[in-house]
Design a protein around this ligand. Sequence first.
Ligand SMILES: [Ca+2]
Length: 129
Amino acid sequence: MNQPTTSSTYPENSWQGNDESLETAWNSGNGNPGNWWQVDLGQDYVLTEINTLWEYNSPVYRYYIEVSSDGESFERVIDQTQNETAGRERHDVFPAGTCARHVRITMTAATGGFWMLVFNAEIIALVAE
Ligand SMILES: [Ca+2]
């Protein structure tokens, strides 16, 4: 928690997706595809799982998750762009061996035109050996 964050819009508010409070959120301010939220874990970690809390239960949120070690070259490791399951609580598993410092979540669509809000992103990780 409380690692440095940034985002496609309103980066000054991006920390609210990583402050451990489920009452505060980074709000993209629009429903455009391609909005993203990113966290810098400070060093490479072996990433295992990620739990994200979105805004509402009614929409189907579609997104992908990329990781990077240098913050410049990102690799898509989780693809939920074809997701059909509605809900604000999302749980994703990283492919075995995923090791990175930066994690970026990009929303491609939300049914109903809802905006991208990240209330919380919990990344489960192990220190890289
Ligand atoms: Ca929060």
